[in-house]
Design a protein around this ligand. Structure first.
Ligand code: ZN
Length: 181
């Protein structure tokens, strides 16, 4: 996974729990990279997952919640460093619709080795947007957190339902975003 995800994880843990906690998580999970992450590099997915699993165990909260919380935090980092000028996207729905074909397309151009999740869209009613997430990583809860982070960025109230999930046997996750304004 892209190094920027790891630097965001390190930032989140250091900000929220201190540098000692970050060092402690590294010494317990023993990442092959040594835990020194650079945003342009690629790292093993397991290094990230092991840290999130350990955090969930230590805090006794469900892993999916830890992953979602990280997604929320991650949003701002990704938004602020987007390779595409996202300032012209002035509402959440337009932003979400741009992720797959505009933003991820550019990330892929810049980082050909990056593996990115695929999003497919369906717009059935004016107040909902359905996003189908698929990825070998099955980090759909990170996507939920990222979408919630985006809603905060655009100051829009939403609810997300997740009626079909790869963790429950579906071939892709169905995330329905309900716009409440
Ligand atoms: Zn899911």
């Amino acid at each position: 996974m892209q190094g920027s995800i790891y630097t965001a994880l390190a930032d989140m843990i250091v900000e929220q729990m201190g540098i000692e906690k970050w060092n402690d998580l590294l010494s317990q999970t023993r990442p092959a990279s040594g835990g020194i992450y650079t945003s342009g590099e690629q790292y093993e997915d397991s290094e990230l997952v092991n840290i999130l699993v350990l955090l969930a165990e230590e805090k006794n909260i469900p892993l999916e919640k830890v992953v979602e919380n990280f997604g929320r935090y991650l949003f701002k980092k990704l938004y602020d460093t987007s390779p595409v000028d996202v300032s012209k996207l002035d509402n959440l729905k337009d932003f979400l619709l741009a992720i797959d074909q505009v933003i991820h397309a550019e990330v892929k151009r810049l980082h050909p080795n990056a593996y990115l999740p695929k999003f497919e869209y369906e717009q059935n009613t004016p107040n909902t947007l359905t996003m189908y997430y698929s990825s070998k990583r099955k980090l759909c809860h990170a996507s939920v957190g990222l979408i919630l982070g985006a809603a905060k960025q655009f100051n829009e109230a939403i609810e997300i339902t997740h009626p079909e999930c790869m963790h429950r046997g579906a071939s892709r996750c169905k995330l329905i975003i309900h716009f409440k304004d």
